[in-house]
Design a protein around this ligand. Sequence first.
Ligand code: PLP
Length: 419
Amino acid sequence: MATATDLPAILGGNKSISLCQDEALRWPLIDTADEDAVLGVLRSGDISIHPVVQELEDAYKERTGRNYALTHNNGTSAILAGLHAIGVQPYDEVIVPSATWWSSVMPVLHCGGVPVFAELEPDCLGLDPEDVERKITDKTKAIVIVHLFGLPSKIDELVRIAKKYNLKILEDASHAHGAVYKGKPIGSFGDVSVFSMQGNKLCPSGEGGILLCDSEEMYESAIRLGHYERLLGLESKNKYFAATGFGFKFRMAPMSAALALSQLNRMDERNAQRNENCRVVSEKLEALGFDTFIPENDITRVYFEFLVRYNEANIGLPIGDLVKALQAEGARVEAPRYPLLHQQPVFTHHVWSKIARLPATPENPIHVYDESDLPLTTLGNGTLLKLPAFPSANKELLAQYALAFEKVLSHADDLPRTT
Ligand SMILES: Cc1ncc(COP(=O)(O)O)c(C=O)c1O
């Protein structure tokens, strides 16, 4: 049996991971229940408007305890609708994280809003509440909270700040279907909350998203923006806009909704499987000096993705070389996930203000970012290592991953440095 003292594969030893990983890591998991659900819609012929969409909305309302749910053709359009519903106007500032997928931020521009990046905090990889408070001005309208990789942000602190300064919260829960924060489901904390149901999310639909809120006004505002077909059914004056809507068409395809609803039936069980598998690997990695982002007891995270923090200073092997050595062992690991948004050309040049159609004025000078801004975010993001989230892995595969790490780290001093 292979042991940690064996030669690492990068130095000519045998690979730690010999088992086939394709099935163990496959996602999404599609079975006959999913096929039947999608075929049911297809065979009905009602492939554009179908009651399954409302069933999906009802299921999410129930899970999150929200008054209103509105499905969208993707999470990005749901975020745009959410910012619109919150009332983001030209020159309003919206505090956002930089380490996230662009969809948490770019829609701000299409409301004419000004994204203001705040630092990431190292414990839950969400917005740092202290930096958020520092970045608040009299133009701040909202905060976008992202539960990165399925790890709930510091919600209590962020909600307290939002209340103190009368700010709205858009909760981007795209990575965190099924997570729970102090007894309350993720998706219940924003004035508007959004889940993406894109194909690799925990409730995959192919393409899809859902917006949740408690305010009828916000709900109708989102309907006006992207769901003209629902306007006629409203009691309010919004029904008079039924012939035009407000210019977007965001409704979700029913075959995607059918898939999401079918996936939702098994989501908790599948989340639990990922959690258990990631817990097993986390225990081993913690013992090797990694921070695996296990939340406090009253918080249940989920594993959209499994990222861990590598302490390069303690181990002395650059993260790039660690990754190469682990990959040589057969581990499907990668260095950091998201290119930081404040370092992208859109924000290091005046492009963002052009997208937002915001000319500079004496009261509103246009700020551009420098790559060196947000040093804590750059540092925190740069030390992350991504592992598979092990959706269907067995104990043997998990043990082989643990061995790969043990072996590589026990030979850290002998490994080639190339980065
Ligand atoms: C954090 C986050 N927010 C929003 C989105 C947007 O979702 P969609 O791809 O469904 O438009 C994603 C998608 O990957 C995401 O990761």
